[in-house]
Ligand binder design. Structure first.
Ligand code: GTP
Ligand code: MG
Length: 180
C-alpha cells in the first residue's frame, strides 16, 4: 500500500475586509491580528495535512483580494482550482448580497477537471465575524440560500475566536476527496 498524495488548489474569495486573509492565518498559523492590511491581487498559503494513515493532502490556498471582483484577473486566478470558500462579513449585509455575484463569477470561470466529470467546483459559504455580530440569517434561510445557489455547505465562523475554521476546511477537503 503506497502513500497517496493529493494537491488541491483552493480559492478564498469574498468582498473587501470580510476576513479571508484572517481565516487563512488562523487556519495555517493559528494567529489573529485586528490590524487590517488589505490584500493586493492575490496571496498564497500552503498547508499540508494527513487525512488518514495513507493519504496526504497539500492545499494551495489562493487568497484573492476583495477588490479583484472588479478586475480582469479572476479567470487567471481561478484556473485549476478544485474548491472554494466564499466569505461574507456577518456585520455588513452588503457583503452577503455580493455572495451570489462571487458564486456566479466562480461558476462561469472555472470547472472541475473532465476526469472528475466537469461541472462546478464545490463552494463552501462562510459567515465570518460572528464574534462581533450574530448571523442575521437563520439556519433555515442559510440552507435554502445554499440550495438555491448550489453551495456545498455553510458555516458561521470567527477568525478572531477560532470558530468553525477547521470544521469548514475539513468539510471542503472531504467533499473534494470524495469527488476524486
Ligand atoms: P481584503 O484582502 O481587503 O479583501 O480583506 P480580507 O477579506 O482579507 O480581510 P482581512 O482578513 O484582512 O480582515 C479585515 C479586518 O477584519 C481586519 O481588521 C481583521 O482583523 C478583521 N477580522 C477578520 N476576521 C474577523 C473575525 O472573525 N472577527 C473580528 N472581530 N474581526 C475579524
Ligand atoms: Mg486579504
Amino acid at each position: 500500500m503506497g502513500l497517496k498524495e493529493y494537491q488541491y488548489k483552493i480559492l478564498v474569495v469574498g468582498d473587501l475586509g470580510t476576513g479571508k486573509t484572517s481565516i487563512l492565518k488562523r487556519y495555517i498559523h493559528n494567529t489573529f491580528t485586528s490590524n487590517y492590511k488589505s490584500t493586493i491581487g492575490v496571496d498564497f498559503a500552503l498547508k499540508i495535512i494527513q487525512i488518514d494513515p495513507n493519504t496526504i493532502v497539500s492545499l494551495q490556498m489562493w487568497d484573492i483580494a476583495g477588490q479583484e471582483r472588479f478586475g480582469s484577473m479572476t479567470q487567471a486566478y481561478y484556473r485549476g482550482a478544485i474548491g472554494a470558500f466564499i466569505v461574507y462579513d456577518a456585520t455588513r449585509p452588503l457583503t452577503f448580497q455580493n455572495v451570489s455575484r462571487w458564486k456566479n463569477d466562480i461558476d462561469t470561470k472555472v470547472e472541475l477537471p473532465l476526469a472528475w466529470g466537469g461541472g462546478s467546483i464545490p463552494v463552501v459559504l462562510l459567515a465570518n465575524k460572528i464574534d462581533q455580530h450574530p448571523n442575521t440569517r437563520s439556519p433555515k434561510e442559510m440552507e435554502e440560500f445554499c440550495r438555491e445557489n448550489s453551495f456545498a455547505q455553510w458555516f458561521e465562523t470567527s477568525a478572531k475566536e477560532n470558530t468553525n475554521i477547521d470544521q469548514a476546511a475539513e468539510y471542503l477537503i472531504s467533499h473534494i476527496v470524495q469527488l476524486e
